[in-house]
Ligand binder design. Structure first.
Ligand SMILES: [Mn+2]
Length: 226
């Protein structure tokens, strides 16, 4: 029998059919293999509830994405103050809304394994300890301007993973999502998994034991790139 494997899945955004196909093709064995998600399971796409349910059934450990943060923010507002987008996010949870809100509110900002750090967007340059990094940075960073005021200035500022320097240079591989426009990142210490499934590209996961990516093509484009 094969050794237990870990599978870390990139941004799903309601693409539950592609997630199911990924788990099937990987021959994922619940209770033997371990599943992780970098978050952004909801938002944009069609089957948020089904994706959450699949991850629950397979015992996934999940880091909080910026879209889950948007959901939690929506739930904290009085109904009169919610935007249409807030309402869409809350409605996407279906009847078990309260159950999922409770679950999602417990998801961590990052997960540390002996050899990995799993995080939604990336690590904050200049800070060695992930516990001291700002939540909004862990959830949103793409590029680094030296302060974190603007974390999405592509083409002007460097990607966060080029800015960690020696302070953030742990021996662990950082596995992240959140940057569909850039797509797959395959550097020795950095694995970026958001390959824009919801935009009609593909769902990507990485297995550290196999040192291999797994890709499932999107069945269609569910949303336009914003
Ligand atoms: Mn994101």
């Amino acid at each position: 029998m094969k050794k237990p494997r870990r599978l870390i899945v990139g941004d799903i955004h309601g693409c539950a059919d592609e997630l199911a196909e990924l788990l099937f093709r990987f021959k994922f064995m619940p209770g033997y293999d371990t599943l992780f998600s970098v978050g952004d399971i909801i938002g944009k796409g069609p089957k948020a509830r089904e994706a959450l349910e699949l991850l629950r059934q397979f015992g996934a450990r999940i880091t909080l994405g910026n879209h889950e943060q948007h959901l939690l923010n929506a739930a904290a507002l009085s109904p009169a103050k919610r935007t249409e987008r807030h309402a869409f996010y809350l409605a996407s949870l279906g009847k078990e809304r309260d159950y999922w809100l409770d679950q999602i509110s417990k998801w961590p900002l990052y997960i540390e394994e002996p050899d990995l750090i799993i995080v939604h967007a990336g690590l904050e340059p200049g800070i060695a300890d992930p516990a001291k990094m700002r939540p909004k940075v862990l959830q949103n960073i793409r590029t680094w301007d030296g302060t974190g005021d603007n974390m999405n200035r592509q083409g002007e500022d460097p990607p966060w993973f080029e800015c960690l320097g020696t302070a953030g240079a742990s021996a662990k591989t950082v596995v992240f999502g959140h940057w569909a426009e850039r797509g797959l990142v395959d550097l020795p210490r950095f694995k970026g998994l958001d390959t824009g499934c919801v935009y009609g590209k593909e769902l990507t996961a990485w297995c550290p034991e196999e040192k291999k990516f797994h890709h499932i093509p999107a069945r269609k484009a569910y949303a336009a790139i914003d």
